[in-house]
Design a protein around this ligand. Structure first.
Ligand code: COA
Length: 151
């Protein structure tokens, strides 16, 4: 069985983000915790928003977050970091959509100009900072569950 430490280290060593880049934002000073790093709740909300965007596309309409089945904070996020949220669909049920969401930051410790791809704006090296599995449910205008469209 894999220990928690081994699992975390494996997650940290992922070479590249899984899924599609859904959102990008800059971590601002107002989002810091007592250590001066970015507050975990803010990161969680960025991931929730990114998941809701993807789930809303799949459900073609309104969705609500019903569960966060797992959540790992892998590395601290410094103020000013560019945070990208990547999402991939794990499964679609009758009304639910399970999505893996990862947040990555650009590793801007090197020469920022040479590391930046001028075409897609991504840095050559990124660091995974969080990973979580979110479950969204397709809902109607009254907040009741509805079926996820199949075609
Ligand atoms: C979302 C909501 C309408 C679902 O209602 P519900 O009565 O729990 O619905 P159901 O029990 O029929 O479950 C709906 C689906 O979610 C899944 N689900 C429900 N709770 C779950 C959980 N804790 N973990 C994983 N899946 C879950 C069910 O398996 C089901 O999937 P399926 O339709 O694909 O088979 C209701 O729970 C709700 O309004 N919750 C508050 C949502 C909210 O405010 N979110 C925060 C802001 S977006």
């Amino acid at each position: 069985m894999t220990s928690h430490k081994e699992q975390t280290s494996m997650e940290t060593q992922s070479p590249a983000p899984s899924g599609k880049l859904i959102s990008q934002t800059i971590a601002m000073p107002r989002e810091t915790n007592a250590n001066g790093d970015i507050f975990g709740g803010w990161l969680l909300s960025q991931m929730d928003l990114a998941g809701a965007i993807l789930a809303g596309r799949i459900a073609r309409g309104r969705v609500a977050t019903v569960a966060i089945s797992s959540m790992s904070f892998l590395n601290p996020v410094p103020v000013g970091a560019v945070v990208g949220c990547y999402a991939q669909t794990l499964s679609v049920g009758t009304s639910s959509i399970r999505i893996l969401i990862e947040a990555w930051i650009d590793n801007a410790s090197g020469d920022m100009q040479s590391d930046l791809d001028p075409v897609d704006g991504q840095f050559a090296e990124q660091v995974k900072v969080t990973e979580g599995e979110f479950v969204f449910v397709a809902i109607d205008d009254h907040g009741n569950t509805r079926q996820v469209p199949t075609a």
